[in-house]
Write a protein that binds this ligand. Structure first.
Ligand code: FES
Ligand SMILES: [Fe+2]
Length: 443
């Protein structure tokens, strides 16, 4: 297996499994953090307001006049593209009496935004446009004080095709805070991917329960036993500043399925999902990934193929690179796209959260599909709500994860639970909680 790039343009370093993992502690991690309102409040002031948060996709506001709303904790935000094409971020609140300015819809296109309460209106650049009955305001007798009446801006930046935002300045710039991630992720060209599925679910757990659930593959054996037939359960793990990653090989097997002669139906489905003829491979099941490498090398660079296979190492063609961007975003990165998981705190209940499933793909040229964001506040079956044809090997795993978070939350609330005992395969969880603790302990 080649560790170098085909094109040589980029280099995403592999993780050497022989590199010893850092010792960052062994003690149990207490579970009060998953239900405490005090912790929730401190997370708001000391974490969410201070970090770069991942917001909407740029493609959600492609044209002048487009706007999109985004919620985090108690706040609603508004991202707009003004008449000159410039992107802005604001608190989604009218400066008259504090009504939410744009309620109840994710996105749209308007010449201006009008508050539903008393019809004050704002331009897409956040400036005040009009105040009905302005003559009745003695404050405005010399004209509208435009500097004082505009929407409250927030700091924004763009990376990977996402709009990022921060509520308190003073920390590192976005690129600095992402550390080595932009370099490692450059060959995937996430900025050129487009939305494929975009769904938000209200879950019955603290947001950190979901973070922890997705940041290790130790749970494959218990929660996703079918994955042992088509993936390596053992992850290679690396901590990257506040962030981290793990790499699992797909198109292979874990015990007890290694050493057999059958290419399992799940492996065939994986081949098919990767765009291949599932019957084209007849070798040992654990080496199925080799067929994907051969396939990708054959099709790379052909007319209409927009997946940047040529910029990937062989390992990147078959292995899933799972990146966690502190504090609330994780993604499984494939050459063809990403499955992104954004974890957002609830406005008031520490035992609820919003989970955004954000799937992006490199569509073939001219074949991008419209993707509408949808919200579900009740339990659903993924294979019934998916807008695009998703393989059962994907939806089954997502379903198992979704169904388990409330069980985990319930047990974490128990007086009989002694705290989380984490092994090496769960190192990223400890790193996450250590990092969070540092934020919460700061002034
Ligand atoms: S609160 Fe918006 S116009 Fe009155
Ligand atoms: Fe899972």
């Amino acid at each position: 297996m080649s560790a170098t790039n085909n094109s040589g343009k980029y280099f995403t370093p592999p993780i050497d499994p022989a590199t010893p993992l850092p010792d960052i502690g062994q003690e149990r991690i207490g579970s009060a953090r998953f239900s405490s309102r005090d912790v929730m409040q401190r997370e708001w002031t000391h974490l969410w307001r201070r970090v770069w948060n991942i917001g909407p996709r740029l493609e959600e506001i492609p044209e002048p006049g487009n706007f999109v709303t985004h919620e985090l904790g108690k706040e609603s935000f508004l991202f707009t593209r003004d008449g000159a094409g410039e992107v802005h971020g604001f608190y989604n609140v009218c400066q008259h009496r504090g009504n939410v300015l744009v309620p109840g819809r994710y996105c749209g296109k308007e010449r201006f935004l009008q508050c539903p309460f008393h019809a004050w209106s704002y331009n897409l650049d956040g400036s005040i446009k009009g105040v009905p009955g302005a003559d009745d305001f003695p404050q405005f007798k010399d004209g509208l004080p435009r500097d004082e009446l505009g929407l409250e801006p927030i700091e924004i930046d763009v990376w990977g095709g996402f709009i990022w935002f921060r509520l308190e300045g003073g920390g590192p710039a976005l690129l600095e805070s992402l550390g080595d991630l932009p370099r490692q992720l450059a060959p995937y060209r996430i900025e050129d991917m487009r939305l494929f599925e975009y769904k938000t679910f209200l879950w019955d757990s603290n947001w950190k329960v979901a973070c922890d659930a997705f940041n290790e593959s130790y749970h494959f054996r218990g929660l996703h036993p079918q994955m042992l037939k088509w993936a390596d359960e053992k992850a290679r793990i690396e901590l990257l500043g506040e962030h981290s990653r793990m790499i699992n090989k797909y198109g292979t097997t874990s015990s007890p399925y290694t050493g057999g002669s059958e290419v399992y139906p799940e492996l065939k489905e994986w081949l098919q999902y990767s765009g291949m003829d599932p019957d084209s491979y007849t070798g040992p099941p654990e080496d199925t990934w080799q067929a994907k490498v051969e396939f990708a090398r054959q099709v790379q660079g052909q007319p209409g193929v927009t997946v940047p296979y040529e910029d990937m190492t062989d390992e990147q063609l078959t292995d899933v690179y799972h990146y966690f961007i502190f504090p609330g975003f994780a993604m499984n990165v494939f050459p063809e796209g990403i499955n992104g998981f954004r974890y957002r705190p609830h406005a008031s209940d520490p035992q609820k959260m919003y989970y955004d499933l954000i799937m992006l793909v490199h569509y073939p040229e001219g074949a991008a599909l419209p993707c509408e964001r949808k919200f579900f506040d009740h339990k659903v079956r993924y294979n019934e709500v998916a807008d695009q044809p998703l393989s059962y090997i994907v939806t089954d795993v997502l379903q198992q994860d979704a169904d388990n978070v409330s069980l985990n939350q319930r047990g974490l609330n128990s007086d009989g639970f002694r705290g989380m005992l984490l092994g090496d395969q769960e190192l990223r969880l400890r790193h996450f909680h250590n990092t969070l603790d540092r934020y919460l302990a700061a002034d």
